[in-house]
Design a protein around this ligand. Structure first.
Ligand code: MG
Length: 393
């Protein structure tokens, strides 16, 4: 496409790590971050965590792990075409969902409710004054806590001690209250842009968009695979219908699964090319030539206006037809019950948790951390052990 070179994040000019470390002999700091994420415990747990469908509902549905790999693939592919730093994109993509609870968004919402309720029942000390989530829970902030504090792998520090740019990409959204708490702990750090305005690197912006491209596409696939959506139903969404007609124009006898795959493949390709074209043009028009100028500018990575509108319509469809499908909602209700009853059981009897959680002074946050780290199946087993009840058949 004859693109200008865009201002990519440079690993040799990173804003650095929170704890000073010697450079690695063969890998740059962003490559090292990616490797640290892959070797983390939280990363391995993603394979047993829900994306939309519970892990045990079927072997072929996306899990948090395969979702994260698809985000990394899309992100790298776009990054390479734009001349952005692929290693940073890969590190952020693979880490972006490390803070997800079991059972996906249902688990997160349940934990947030539990924390809010606990604020009225537990002593104030059950959450530290420096806690970045206060009496709340949010998966994106938890992803940051996983890489900053919760992983226990290195002799000299807690967490993975990732570069500023990787951490900044992980913290893709943040409430003002949370940003103020993070800023107090780390002045001028990863939360500053949520208070002072400004943007993260193009690589971080790209990961955020690649996440949306990935889940819109794979949720159509998983939705049809599950039988909760039909091919005819998804084809009524403009963008899907458009690429289905294109698939049939190229291959008139295509039906069933292959038609769906070809439709999604064409849609993904066009979305990727759209982002590449639009982003290159916007960066060029904005006259942005350095990472500092990227940080001072508004969002630059994105879809063209027509593609943005079409993608929004697809997202709305998925929300109504899939995420709010009675069968998904039934699972959501059960998941909520498992998480809330686990939270109640552990806060009533902290010794039911492993000692490293039971012994923490901040009981509410320790409990939330313990539950958030669980895989779907571990949470279900643990709930049954503590309550004697089976919420999932
Ligand atoms: Mg994601």
């Amino acid at each position: 496409m004859g693109l200008h070179r865009l201002p990519a994040a440079d690993p040799l000019r990173s804003r650095g790590r929170r704890h000073a470390e010697a450079d690695a002999p063969t890998r740059n700091p962003f490559q090292r971050d990616r490797d640290r994420v892959i070797h983390s415990t939280a990363f391995r747990r993603l394979v047993y965590k829900t994306q939309v469908f519970l892990n045990h509902e079927g072997d072929l549905f996306r899990t948090r792990l395969t979702h994260s790999l698809e985000v990394a693939q899309l992100g790298r592919s776009i990054a390479r075409a734009l001349g952005l730093n692929e290693d940073l994109v890969e590190a952020v993509s693979l880490a972006h969902d490390l803070g997800h609870t079991p059972f996906g968004h249902a688990g997160q919402d349940a934990l947030a409710e539990c924390m809010a309720q606990a604020s009225e029942q537990l002593p104030a000390s059950a959450v530290l004054a420096s806690d970045i989530m206060g009496w709340g829970f949010e998966h994106n902030l938890q992803s940051l806590r996983v890489v900053d504090a919760l992983e226990e792998r290195y002799p000299a520090f807690d967490g993975l001690n990732l570069c500023f740019e990787t951490r900044e990409g992980i913290l893709k959204h943040c409430s003002r209250a949370a940003a103020e708490r993070i800023e107090a702990l780390e002045p001028g750090g990863v939360a500053q842009r949520f208070l002072a305005g400004g943007s993260p690197t193009l690589e971080a912006q790209l990961c955020n968009l690649a996440d949306q491209i990935a889940y819109n596409a794979h949720d159509v696939d998983d939705g049809v695979r599950s039988g909760l959506l039909t091919l005819e139903q998804v084809a009524q969404v403009d963008v899907v219908g458009h690429f289905q007609r294109e698939a049939l124009r190229q291959h008139p006898r295509l039906v069933g699964r292959r038609l769906l795959f070809e439709t999604i493949r064409l849609m993904l390709s066009e979305q990727v090319y759209d982002v590449i074209r639009t982003t290159a043009q916007r960066v060029h028009e904005a006259g942005v030539g350095s990472v500092d100028e990227v940080r001072a500018a508004g969002a630059l990575v994105g879809f063209s206006e027509p593609m943005r509108e079409q993608t929004k319509a697809l997202k709305r469809f998925l929300f109504q037809a899939l995420y709010r499908h009675p069968q998904v909602m039934d699972t959501t209700d059960r998941a909520r019950r498992v998480v809330c009853e686990l939270f109640t059981a552990y806060t009533a009897d902290p010794q039911a948790m492993p000692p490293e959680y039971a012994q923490r002074p901040d009981l509410a946050r320790a409990t939330a951390d313990y539950i958030a780290g669980m895989t779907d199946r571990f949470a279900i087993r643990e709930h049954q052990r503590l309550t004697g009840e089976r919420v999932f058949a």
